[in-house]
Design a binder for this molecule. Sequence first.
Ligand SMILES: [Fe+2]
Length: 138
Amino acid sequence: MGTMLSWNSQYSIGVEKIDSQHKELFDRINILLNAMKLGNGKEEVINTLDFLEQYVNKHFMDEEQIQRDTKYSGYDIQHKQHDEFRYKLKELRIKFENDGINTSLVISTQKEMTDWWRNHITKLDSELGKHIINVNNR
Ligand SMILES: [Fe+2]
């Protein structure tokens, strides 16, 4: 049923702290997707969503702090995309609560998460990586 997120060097932005957080995020997304695919109960799947959401919030906070500390000009667009993802997780929670988990939700969730992270990391975060490396080399 499609491919899971697997981290490889194409996702590296050259900043260790952020790369390792992205790896942890991929792991937590896969835990959620697996629980959905295995047909685990709603409550169990919501637990994996909580586990993911906690780390997403930590990661976005840490990353936005680095952006402020380094006076990054792309902060606003980063913050906007981060908010979009936070909103996606809230919507997903409502779907679980209202409709339970079905095959089409598994497929659309997998596609949305995979597309969102691939796009965000390879575009915005990769630009951010260059900026941080620049600042650190000053
Ligand atoms: Fe980001």
